[in-house]
Design a protein around this ligand. Structure first.
Ligand code: FES
Length: 279
């Protein structure tokens, strides 16, 4: 039976009304974006958070990144738990969401909950991916009709060339790649990266004999992550946490000797995460 209110054009389709009609069963919502560096990805998700928080239905609304950006999902889940979340909804705002992530994300969150949340302390619920929502088409339709914010690209004065040396390879002796794919991100790769950068600054490992560092997407042996690769030496490291960084910087990058406790041999599966007990 049609809703008489909507027939008269008076129904309220705001997030608050939608949440209230569903009984707003969650106190906390975490929007998960794909990732990206710099301010722009954070600003985008900030706007989504503001809209949802503005509805006034949730005690706490935050965003997290799935990969290659901070704050990473595990860190945000920990913050929510510390802030007293009791019923938390995770909304994957990844469009499109590939088949591997559809399978992996529920699994990774389940494992995080089992490892970190005491029974009855916090309920964690996962919403369907945004791409499955019938409202995604409506959102895209709204963007298409938002002509005031569209730009004609040929002569737009706001599109400027950047004065950057995109044709210059920085001087370096070694390249170090630290994986920031989804699984390594969940295993705290962003924290490892921040610590690694600090150590490099302290050790003055820049310049011609120094180290060029790059964050990468998935390097494949996800279960051993966070993964690091040092070239031209061809050394793979797994389970790279702060303790591993201390040793890799001091022993490998400064003294030139690989650190066997964290090294992985390509083609030889490790029994467990290097550096952990029983490896
Ligand atoms: S996500 Fe890092 S190896 Fe796959």
């Amino acid at each position: 039976m049609p809703d008489p209110q909507s027939e008269q054009g008076t129904s309220d389709s705001s997030p608050r009304a939608a949440a209230e009609s569903n009984g707003a069963p969650f106190d906390t919502v975490v929007i998960v974006g794909r990732g990206g560096y710099g301010a722009a990805p954070r600003e985008e998700l900030d706007r989504v958070v503001s809209t949802l928080a503005g509805a006034g239905c949730y005690r706490d609304v935050r965003y997290a990144f799935m990969e290659q950006g901070k704050p990473a999902l595990p860190a945000v889940l920990e913050e929510c738990m510390a802030a007293g979340a009791r019923r938390l909804l995770i909304v994957p705002a990844l469009v499109p969401m590939d088949a591997t992530l559809r399978w992996w994300l529920p699994l990774a969150i389940r494992d995080w909950v089992r490892e970190n949340v005491a029974e009855d302390a916090m309920e964690v619920v996962l919403a369907p991916p945004l791409g499955d929502s019938e409202y995604l088409g409506e959102a895209v339709s709204a963007a298409v009709t938002d002509v005031h914010n569209c730009v004609e690209v040929r002569d737009d004065p706001n599109i400027t060339d950047r004065e950057r040396s995109w044709n210059l390879i920085p001087a370096h002796g070694r390249q170090v790649f630290l994986c920031h794919g989804p699984r390594c991100t969940l295993a705290n790769a962003p924290k490892t990266w921040a610590y690694f950068q600090e150590k490099l600054r302290d050790s003055r490992l820049r310049g011609e004999q120094g180290v060029m560092t790059v964050r990468t997407g998935c390097l494949y042996p996800c279960d051993l992550g966070p993964m690091m690769v040092v070239h031209p030496d061809g050394t793979w490291y797994g389970g790279v946490d702060e303790a591993a960084v201390d040793r890799i910087v001091a022993e490998h990058l400064v003294d030139g000797e690989a650190v066997p406790e964290y090294a992985c041999v390509p083609g030889a599966p490790a029994r467990s995460r290097p550096g952990s007990e029983g490896s």
